[in-house]
Design a protein around this ligand. Sequence first.
Ligand code: GCV
Length: 684
Amino acid sequence: MANIKRIIIVALLMLSQATISKAEDGHALWLRNHSAVNVNISSTTRSAFVDLATDELKKGWLGKENMSIKLNLSKNPAIKGDGFQLEESAINARTELGLLYGAYELLRRQYLNLPQRNFISNPAYSRRILNHWDNLDGTIERGYAGSSIFWGNAANGLDITNQDREKWKAYARANASVGINGAVLNNVNASAKILTRAYLEKVKAIAESLRPYGIKTYLSVNFSSPVLIGKLKKADPLDPQVKQWWKDKAAEIYKLIPDFGGFLVKANSEGQPGPQDYGRTHVDGANMLADALAPFDGIVMWRAFVYNPSPEDRTKQAYKEFLPLDGAFKKNVILQVKNGPLDFQPREPFSPLFGAMSKTPVMPEFQITQEYLGASKQLVFLSTLWEECLNSDTYKNGKGSTVAACTDGSLSKTDFTAIAGVANIGNDVNWTGHTFAQANWYAFGRLAWNNKLESKTIAEEWIKQTFLDDKEKKTDANFVKTTQEIMLESREAAVDYMMPLGLHHIFAEGHHYGPAPWFSNDKIRADWTSVYYHKADTVGIGFDRSRGGSDAVDQYHEPLSSTFNNLSSCPEMYLLWFHHVPWSYRLKNGKDLWTELCIRYDHGVQKVRSFQKDWDKMKGSIDSERFAEVQSKLRTQSRDAQIWKDACLLYFQQFSRREIPFEIERPVHDLQSLKELTKSKDYN
Ligand code: GCV
């Protein structure tokens, strides 16, 4: 008996050891530093960046044992900005930061088992920036991974602990490893308090943690700051006292943070103050701030996300507002434009502003946090969405004028270029809530560095680094293939179960997680309701933006405007974005619109079910913790995809008055119960 007891205890101990050795909380992200082999690093220059690069290479080296690698500063004209050149046994760069980026690339190639061949890699954008929508009380607007890593952690939100500094350092390192070199530390719906001395002192401390990794600090500012925290009566950008206030503030900031990046501004948008409050223009506002920052080489990122409660189609407003201002902005102003003309929907055509501005630099703003794509409950790899946008042809200077080319300086030379991603990072131990949301942070950085990278490459890189098996020093090939497929199909699946064929913004009010195509409310502006966007009636469904409708199509260059305008040539993925289409309309595959809509919704649900099956087969290929977390979240996603399908089909069926085709699975909910469910505050 005693023997049996002993055997059981030993077995239990062995089991728990096995679990401990595999224990995985995801905090290490894609930077796992597996017991590396020896490498000899020498350099022709000494600096903090070079020390870091040396340290990273020694910690992570998976190449040939006892190799010698030299870090060189080089004047090779083919290397640009903080770019680098990898050679058999050297990293060359123009800047020391470039050597650090080169070190990360070299390690990445080892994880991927890529040959250490010669190649040069230059950044597509000079400023590659995360935008944190973090409030000073520690909450995060549209954040799904816990509280802010910057603000609100102690009683007054200003104390700084060693733990904070550790976290900021780890954050900076992760960013640098994918080439991100800027962070806006606070929400664009900005509290003026950020510019008070106490907060600026904290910004200084954060900047000190980020600087060693080449990351510049930026702030979102409230346009009314001179009134709210200064003693001024107004914030009119043409008022000399207001101008002076901002100049003094800029000088104060640069004294504390000499390499401060600049300001991000959301003005006259969704209730935020701005120059129009004083009868001035966006140019007046942006240029006033630009003048204050110019002596210190700071920049202004002025957001184009503006729209008013007017009868005009909301998706047309930003273009109409900003096009007449083209050429009037100071040199250190850049217009920050969301990928689509509406608001980070699962699918939108690109914003026409990318192809419209010819004398003003424009930067893309992507949303990494999944406000409209399942929060941190759903596995949706966003790289394919961003790739679709970057590769969209605007026809600005004829064929080939992609959004990437319009923004990265290849079409017209600008002093600087930039790209922004709204961060999905919080205090959750794995940083992003969902393990696979880490891939979206990773993908943003990689695309910001190289806007021609393909999503399939990015997915493979991320999987191989994130799930590398410690002992084997490789990732199970079947796991890589299966997971890569899931990732690459996940965004299209989400489009299908949420809003296929060009439908948009039919989300439940407020939380933007679940469906509410029925949402309408006379007391709020029409363009904050779902019915404004889908316009379903007994004839058909969709928003008519053709020349016979709101004429948004004419904000695009030819031949796109005509392609979009024509029902028969409009890509079906944008069909209901640009047209109100009869239920009986025949699609290219011969099916009528109603049937196709039903099939798409069902297809989205079936896809998630297949992701579940494929993931379940992966048991044992990776650590049990992350396996179980993803398995559980896929169950939620499956449940919620079904809710989307049922809600939308049962609701739209009231207008189409047609049967749900019998070849697809039937709804499992009834409409009324879904209306109650998605209204509930807990359903998000
Ligand atoms: C930060 C959408 C979001 C808001 C966000 C806004 C913006 O409307 O729902 O939370 O505010 O976009 O980008 O400014």
